[in-house]
Ligand binder design. Structure first.
Ligand SMILES: *[C@@H]1O[C@H](CO)[C@@H](O)[C@H](O)[C@H]1NC(C)=O
Ligand SMILES: *[C@@H]1O[C@H](CO)[C@@H](O)[C@H](O)[C@H]1NC(C)=O
Length: 546
């Protein structure tokens, strides 16, 4: 629903809304939009001969890469290889090897001379939670504390520093300075560059690696590295085969069997990508996709043409979480209500005894919270009410849907998700609220222009404008600063010693990245869904030519 101030469960990845009847129209059409993908994914079948051969080859290549990593141990080449492996989206094959290698990189504490390597080392370590000091960049500054003039022609060094600087936390002024310095220099250098380096700089300036989803970038780097003169053939071949192999046909086919699964299935999968794509998370994917779909269907029901009275009854029924409450619902809402309860019930049945019931209990709880938040926004919308910033965020951080999606993503994971992790979500920790804040703010900055043309609940921007008496551009700028600040806090939380394993925190970070990626193309609702559709096609449909 782009029309209300919305959440990831709504606008961005959906096909444009159908021309629905208004409030008084008697024949309310089905709330389910038809999928833009038709039966494509259900009828798709894989060619086993081909995939078996690929799988064997992937096994060989993996061994080869492991040997190469050992041979490169302790060298700069080793760090470059790790970086390539990560950019190509195949790092999950080498988790142990990479962890081991980086432990050594950290302990060896080598002080390299060139900016490119110093920044690469810094970023690789920060990515894994090592709290390396940003003082390593001091030697690249002059007596006045500015980055040295001489660096201005070192494109690769600048690019490496640029990417590293987005791992900064509050108080790391060097990294703030590095961000503006490199941004400025790279932007002006762009006019003189061409070839793969220009492509890479352009890509980075659009959005840094810290805010990107590695797996979505795999295709980009595959074609980029292919153009590099000294690319690593082994890693590249592995990346291509791996990309083609993991297109989740089996998962998608399975999910498609669920009654409400047809619509938005693919879009749900796309979002789930932000959570986990690795093969071992099949159960988790399946759960996230189903919950995502439910969330987005409910979101649709709270669209402008939803009658407030009906929505209120629906919200109350959800709070009761009891099939007998269905009788009080208007006819058109019953299938959705039924779907919510039965889906969560199904999920509960799929869990192991030790995982019940604390996992689904929280899932139910977060579903209720989400729907209550939707209802409050509808009320603002109906009353034309512009809440204060604080009031706004109290509701809109919940309607952003990220607590709901984070919970859903934890439900299907393995033992690393303990009961403590679920209890932690309940405490509304800053880390999760920062993630929700980024989601909400990025959404409101980017979709604001479009939404102004339709009735909608006040966005954060409008609340900010009213409260501080500033113009829209000033408010937008302030809100961008809030996003930057929230990212710094999230970065800090991911540094060792972490409260929970990084594998868990990564789900939240990746979800947050997802909103940045989606809204990178958020210059308009229709255009947005076209861009996203292309991305989905490249992820799920078109194989890479070998
Ligand atoms: C999520 O982030 C982690 C850590 O940066 C990365 O290894 C993983 O590939 C990301 N997931 C996707 C889908 O790119
Ligand atoms: C969509 O993109 C096209 C071309 O990129 C542009 O002409 C058009 O105005 C855009 N539409 C919206 C709604 O932004």
């Amino acid at each position: 629903m782009a029309s209300l101030n919305s959440s990831p469960l709504s606008s961005a990845v959906h096909p444009p809304p159908l021309n629905r009847k208004n409030k008084n129209g008697a024949d309310r059409p089905s709330p389910f939009h038809p999928s833009v993908w038709g039966d494509f994914f259900i009828s798709y079948s894989e060619d086993h001969k081909k995939t078996d051969a690929w799988t064997r080859r992937v096994g060989e290549l993996k061994e080869e890469v492991k040997k190469m990593l050992i041979r490169a141990k302790g060298s700069v080449k080793e760090m470059i290889m790790i970086d390539e492996i990560q950019r190509l989206g195949v790092a999950y094959h080498f988790e142990k090897e990479i962890n081991y290698a980086l432990e050594h990189v950290y302990d060896a504490n080598i002080d390299y001379d060139d900016l490119k390597t110093v920044a690469l080392r810094f970023r690789l370590l920060r990515q894994e939670g090592y709290n390396v000091s940003s003082d390593v960049f001091n030697k690249f500054k002059d007596g006045e504390g500015n980055f040295k003039e001489g660096l201005c022609s070192d494109v690769e060094g600048l690019l490496s520093l640029y990417e590293a600087a987005f791992y900064g936390t509050h108080g790391e002024d060097t990294l703030d300075a590095a961000t503006s310095f490199t941004k400025g220099q790279l932007t002006s250098l762009m006019t003189h560059l061409d070839g793969p380096l220009a492509t890479q700089v352009g890509h980075a300036l659009q959005l840094p690696m810290r805010k990107r989803i590695a797996r979505l970038d795999a295709r980009f780097y595959i074609s980029l590295f292919q153009q590099h003169k000294q690319h690593n053939d082994v890693i590249l071949e592995l990346a291509k085969l791996d990309f083609n192999l993991i297109q989740w046909w089996k998962d998608i086919g399975l999910a498609a069997k669920y009654p409400i699964a047809r619509d938005r299935l693919v879009e749900g999968y796309f979002w789930m990508l932000g959570v986990y794509f690795e093969p071992q998370y099949a159960r988790g994917r399946n759960i996230v996709v189903r919950m995502f779909k439910l969330g987005s269907i409910i979101d649709d029901n709270f669209d402008v043409d939803g009658r407030f009275e009906d929505l209120k009854v629906f919200t109350d029924a959800i709070k009761r979480w009891d099939l007998s409450a269905m009788d009080q619902l208007p006819e058109y809402m019953r299938p959705i209500y039924h779907a919510v309860l039965s889906t969560v019930n199904e999920i509960e049945n799929e869990l192991l005894p030790g995982e019940k019931f604390f996992r689904t209990d929280l899932l139910k709880q977060e579903t209720k919270v989400l729907i209550q938040a939707y209802l409050e926004e509808v009320q603002w919308c109906n009353n034309g009410y512009v809440p204060t910033l604080e009031e706004h965020l109290k509701v809109s951080l919940l309607s952003a849907g990220y607590l709901f999606l984070t919970t859903a993503s934890f439900v299907g994971m393995g033992e690393e998700v303990t009961k403590e992790a679920f209890d932690w979500i309940k405490t509304r920790p800053k880390f999760l609220m920062d993630s929700s804040l980024i989601c909400r703010l990025v959404n409101d900055i980017e979709s604001n222009e479009f939404e102004q043309k339709r009735p909608h609940a006040a966005s954060v921007i409008e609340s900010y404008m009213k409260e501080y008496g500033v113009s829209r551009p000033v408010a937008s700028e302030k809100i961008r600063e809030m996003v930057t600040s929230a990212w710094k806090d999230m970065n800090k939380f991911c540094l060792k010693p972490t409260l929970f394993p990084l594998s868990l925190l990564t789900r939240v970070v990746n979800l947050t990245r997802m909103i940045e990626v989606i809204y990178l193309h958020g210059d308009g609702y229709t255009n947005c869904s076209r861009e996203i559709k292309e991305m989905i096609k490249s992820m799920f449909v078109d194989p890479i030519p070998l």
